[in-house]
Design a protein around this ligand. Structure first.
Ligand SMILES: [Zn+2]
Length: 128
């Protein structure tokens, strides 16, 4: 038998999987940390995928304006995005992969302008 944590050979009882209590707690600590990391990654990943799905679904024509509630009601979360693009006027378009959104205020209604990623938006190296 080898210790699950340090890989040292364990002498004595054959049902032991750790050489001592230190290895045992270190092993469980690492496992817990790994699980936390994985679940955070998955959480962000899920938000991004959900956002992308919603944007794709609502942006059939490639360019459209919608009230924010329409997106929020479907579970859209604007805090999760993959990258951004700023136009010459300084408007900040946020993207979830190839689907983007820009927050606009139009009289009293908060809206999103939905766009699709275009080739000219691809940043050159050394983003400003
Ligand atoms: Zn050990």
């Amino acid at each position: 038998m080898k210790c699950e944590y340090c890989q040292k050979k364990i002498s004595g009882r054959s049902d032991k999987i750790f050489c001592d209590s230190y290895c045992k707690s270190a092993y469980h600590y690492d496992k817990k940390k790994l699980k936390e990391k994985t679940s955070f990654f998955k959480k962000v990943d899920n938000h991004l995928k959900t956002n992308r799905k919603i944007l794709k679904h609502l942006n059939i024509e490639g360019h459209t304006t919608l009230r924010k509630e329409v997106l929020f009601n479907k579970g859209f979360n604007p805090k999760f995005f993959t990258h951004y693009w700023k136009n010459q006027n300084g408007d900040l378009y946020l993207f979830c992969y190839e689907y983007g959104f820009l927050s606009i205020k139009n009289n009293t209604t908060d809206k999103y302008l939905l766009v699709k990623w275009q080739d000219y938006m691809t940043p050159s190296i050394g983003i400003k």
